[in-house]
Write a protein that binds this ligand. Structure first.
Ligand code: NAP
Length: 453
């Protein structure tokens, strides 16, 4: 048997090891899922299991947070938030299991339907193939497997190779809660082999993928007969107007650098109206400088390591290439962590301005008008979430209408997410919404029943 070693991104120490699978294990997992599907679980039982997992996770959230921090290098502060959010994801999935239903059709609304009764049944789509990223190794796995169980779908899950331990931890909790064999099958290992097995097997009816665009859109092209639901990246903008509420700079500083910018909705590009520029910059830069950079296991740490040395080198290269003025950071600490970096007025073509950095870098761009801010915020292929900070309701509503993103937050960081929200992007950022109510809809299909009494 081959093993996958899981190493701390901070210290390089081995923090766990898991069995390494490939195509053969993925196909065995699909056979097990097919057996599970043949023996459906009633909704009340699915809801009971989901509620039980929420309770177990609540009781063990400290352990869950430590596991997230160990394998993903996420600072404990952020890891605790993630662990608590996963409780919420399971709780909302249990609600969806209980209210899963079709609808009745008003048949006598047309002459053709008179005398007939019709309704839809909402049925599980079938086996779900789930592929998850490293950056939220617990809660983004929960966002796939909890709605799938709510919908009545067995799952074959491939977690990120850097962070498979949280996925196995959740699988253990589901088993403890009474989930029968075959409903959740975790296969860690070769991405291409496991991915190919999910794409090629006709029994997989839906692939739910969170990760990078190249991989995600590639899967969608290859599996064109399946539903392929994609949650991808962003180059997250925030617009700051002169009448932005007090505390905006502090909020944006915290949300640009938590987990070293490795969140798909980490604040990356801040567009500041000219009248607000001086005050904003003089408040924002010291707040960034005050962030504690270091060991993610330390409760005081705000900013830890990137997931790999390759990613660190890539981000440092992008900082070096950028044309703007570096106002903070731009270098590394003694233990090789990139300091939170602020770049003022970069060139629109700089990678830090038009691509997803996925690192501790934020750009500040001075703009002359709200129109210009919206235009520049939209000047990216991405469209996941964006924000505007202003006291002017009309300006906020105009921005909400014109920003081409799946979600717009007003006077809240674009990094904000509560787990019951419909969350997902447009353009290159994806083609679906997650959040249990929306994911369950994707993972089920409606069957029409027409009755002639
Ligand atoms: P990634 O490299 O695309 O990996 C994501 C998952 O895909 C991993 O499990 C990976 O496995 C797997 N994978 C890689 N190649 C594959 C293939 N050929 N076939 C099937 N699966 C394959 O992304 P990441 O670096 O983990 O995550 C960062 C990205 O995710 C960023 O772009 C971020 O914005 C995005 N993200 C989006 C959301 C959202 O909700 N919209 C949330 C979080 C993250 P291995 O680990 O084994 O390579």
């Amino acid at each position: 048997m081959e093993w996958l070693e899981v190493r701390s991104p901070y210290s390089g120490e081995v923090v766990g090891r898991v069995e390494k699978g490939g195509g053969t294990e993925a196909r065995q997992a699909l056979d097990a899922a097919a057996r599970a599907l043949a023996d459906p679980l009633p909704a009340h039982e699915r809801a009971r299991i989901l509620d039980t997992v929420a309770g177990l996770l609540e009781a063990r959230h400290d352990e869950a947070a430590r596991l997230i921090s160990a394998e993903a290098g996420k600072p404990m502060k952020a890891a605790r938030v993630e662990a608590q959010r996963a409780v919420s994801t399971y709780t909302f999935a249990a609600v969806e299991a209980r209210r899963l239903t079709g609808e009745t059709i008003p048949m006598d609304a047309s002459a053709a339907g008179e005398g007939k009764l019709a309704f839809t049944l909402r049925l599980p789509i079938g086996i779900v193939g789930a592929i998850s990223p490293f950056n939220f190794p617990l809660n983004l796995v929960a966002h796939k497997i909890a709605p799938a169980l709510a919908a009545g779908c067995p799952v074959v899950l491939k977690p990120a190779s850097a962070t498979p331990l949280c996925a196995l931890f959740l699988a253990g909790l589901e088993e403890e809660a009474g989930l029968p064999p075959g409903w959740l099958n975790v296969v860690a290992g070769s991405a291409s082999e496991i991915g190919d097995a999910l794409v090629e097997d006709d029994r997989v009816k839906l692939i739910t993928f969170t990760g990078s665009g190249d991989v995600g859109w590639g899967l969608a092209e290859r599996a064109h007969r399946k539903r392929v639901k994609l949650e991808l990246g962003n180059a997250t903008p925030a617009i700051v107007c002169a009448d932005a509420p007090a505390g905006t700079a502090a909020k944006l500083a915290a949300n640009a650098f938590s987990y070293a910018g490795q969140s798909c909705i980490s604040v990356q590009r801040i567009f500041v109206l000219a009248e607000a520029w001086e005050a904003f910059v003089s408040e924002f830069v010291p707040k960034v400088g005050a962030l504690v950079v270091g060991d993610p296991g330390d409760e005081q740490t705000d900013v830890g390591p990137l997931i790999s040395a390759d990613d660190r080198d890539r981000v440092l290269e992008w900082i070096r290439e950028a044309k703007g003025e570096i106002l903070a950071g731009g270098d590394t600490t003694e233990d090789g962590l990139i300091r939170p970096t602020v770049i003022a007025n970069p060139d629109p073509g700089d990678k830090v301005q038009c691509e997803e950095v996925f690192g501790p870098v934020v750009t500040l761009t001075r703009v002359g008008s709200l129109d210009e801010a919206i235009e520049q915020a939209n000047a990216t292929r991405y469209g996941l979430q964006a924000a505007i900070f202003s006291a002017d309701v009309s300006a906020c509503l105009e921005a909400a209408r014109r920003l081409e993103f799946g979600g717009v937050t007003v006077n809240e960081a674009p990094t904000f997410r509560a787990d019951q929200m419909p969350y997902g992007g447009v353009k290159a950022s994806g083609n679906t919404k997650e959040g249990p109510a929306w994911a369950v809809r994707e993972m089920t299909e409606e069957r029409l029943v027409v009755l002639q009494p």
